[in-house]
Design a protein. Structure first.
Length: 208
């Protein structure tokens, strides 16, 4: 069976939720934090990151957006990667969330990778949170202007990654209370049965 490798408190929660929503025949295997750097997992994904999707023939697909695209194509997502307005918007939203917003978190998770002194590390962190505040404002505005409860007006995989980002904000000096549409979306997601299933599989709890 195809296996999705996840780890607690990581963006692998996004495709995990997608698997639950689709009812896709994919086995979700959650590895303990730290095991992603051990030989057994590095043999699956030499990048040492999650998520990874391993197929029956041993081939592996990495990167959350790519895995979401495959899930949609193989098991029917309602639009991703297809010539529909939702599909185009979904691809755009996921590209933004994964390549810009997620990337900005590098300055939070590993500021020492961008600076050599304690003062420089603090500067990196300060600029990171300034940039993240702008990203969250844009996400909140888009969500607030959507026609419905979902990020694009209809449920899409963009909602799975947005949920990850709305959880990560709790690790920063930023407050979800400053982004009311995101706060409401997070609460809605946590009431969703598919999200509950994914959280349990990944040894995670709702934020509430």
């Amino acid at each position: 069976m195809t296996t999705l490798y996840t780890m607690p408190d990581t963006c692998s929660l996004s495709p995990n939720i997608a698997v639950a929503w689709l009812g896709a025949p994919v086995d979700v295997k959650t590895i303990p934090y730290g095991d992603h750097k051990k030989d057994a997992y590095l043999a699956i994904n030499p990048k040492g990151k999650v998520p990874s999707l391993q197929f029956d023939d041993g081939t592996v697909l990495t990167e959350a957006a790519a895995i979401l695209e495959w899930l949609g194509a193989a098991h029917g997502s309602g639009g991703f990667g297809r010539d529909t307005e939702l599909g185009r918007k979904e691809a755009e939203a996921l590209s933004y969330m994964t390549s810009e917003v997620h990337a900005t978190y590098g300055g939070h998770f590993g500021p020492q990778n961008f600076a050599e002194t304690d003062d420089a590390v603090e500067q990196v962190k300060r600029k990171t949170y300034e940039t993240l505040a702008g990203h969250y404002r844009r996400l909140d505005d888009t969500l607030g202007q959507s026609d419905g409860d979902w990020y694009l007006g209809k449920r899409s995989f963009a909602d799975t990654f947005l949920y990850v980002l709305s959880r990560w904000i709790e690790q920063t000096p930023l407050s979800i209370d400053d982004y009311p549409a995101l706060k409401q979306h997070r609460a809605m997601m946590e009431a969703n049965e598919g999200v509950k299933t994914a959280l349990k599989r990944q040894d995670m709890e709702p934020i509430g």
